[in-house]
Design a protein around this ligand. Sequence first.
Ligand code: HAM
Length: 418
Amino acid sequence: MIFQAPRGTYDRMPDQQRLWQRINKVLEEISDVYGYDRIDTPVIEDAKLFSRGVGDVTDIMERETYTFPDRGGDLLTLRPEGTAPVCRAYIEHGMHNLAQPVRLYYVCPVFRYERPQSGRYRQHHQYGVEVLGSSEPEVDVEVIQLAWNILKRLDVSDIKLKINTMGDSDSRVLYISKLQDYLNSKIDQIPDSIKPRIASNPLRVLDSKDPKMFEINNNAPRCIDHINAASSEHWATLLKNLDALSIPYEVDHKLVRGFDYYTRTVFEIVPSVEKSQNTLIGGGRYDGLVEMLGGKSTPGIGFAMGLERVAIALDNTLSELESNTSIKLLIAHIGDAAKERAVLLSSRIRTAGVSAVLAPTRGIKSQLRYATSISATHAIIIGDEELRNHEIVLRTFATHSQETIPEANLINFLSSVS
Ligand code: HAM
């Protein structure tokens, strides 16, 4: 039997690691600049955390979770999203006692039993942020600006921000009943596969991709017309601030998002040319979630970004960027004495922060071929003559050039080119 990675999962191979390192570095840097602290939560959680937090009749909970009893009989779920776990940790560690709001970020694998296709995996990775303890619209603006800037910083261009408001939980209940009345009045035109959702999760009817629903959904009552004065003011302040920051947005009255916990602001960032599986970032406000999970009433807002989708969007440009900026040396050697010297030299070069790989003991041509296979930018060659003269030969692959320099000058030379 030949084993393969489970369907919808993949191996991240060595030649992709630089791209991922670069993505992770940008994520850490920008989180720091915005004042967010990292949090890591377990991959497994009590299954009830998600059924209560995310909502039982969402697509995720009905069809997509990996849930299993462990050997002790506890029902566990592999994390299908990061917001409920972060709220659980906020409550468990008494973070409401810290100065509010608390700004957190995470980078982690997420598991959903979905039908795999391009950009859709059963194990994907998310970068997410959550701000807990503030209901100010200025925080919504900060979170959206962070989402927008992070994609810009990663060189993902041609993006568009879609935004909507769901109102607070009271207006949401009112709106849902208006929407149900409307959908029931159109019941004859609604496909059978969608009908059950009118009762169980009417908001999801709004973002159905079925062409028969296009007209019906376009004419549906809009949430914004049913929100209370406080939510209306929140929404107006949010839009005013986005305008002031020149962040372009498109109000999409059909944007509802797939979790029950959202209140007020919801948003997504998608490529300008939309396809079905390419939402890069999704997020929103969830003012009732912490309380729903047993904590004190605490407002919250956040987003998560699918890292595989970002990697797909910037794969090629980034590899060009990488090969221009970093240097990697192969230390080639001819003879036993030179090999001893090469071992010491590799160590000195690494201590200076430059990547160095000792060549395998083979003929010099084969050593240099090895340099190509590991994508070395330069090779240092040491033979008897170089040993005698305390020199090294430095070959630069990009220019096919070679020069002999005193060994003592090597570190200075490397810092001048790296
Ligand atoms: P979400 O929209 O379900 O939101 O996921 C966030 C992002 O994860 C999506 O925009 C997409 O880029 C990526 N993603 C989702 N499913 C997959 C998949 N099967 N394969 C690859 N990428 C995927 C949440 O998870 C919320 N917790 C976001 C949030 C944080 N809301 C408030 N705070």
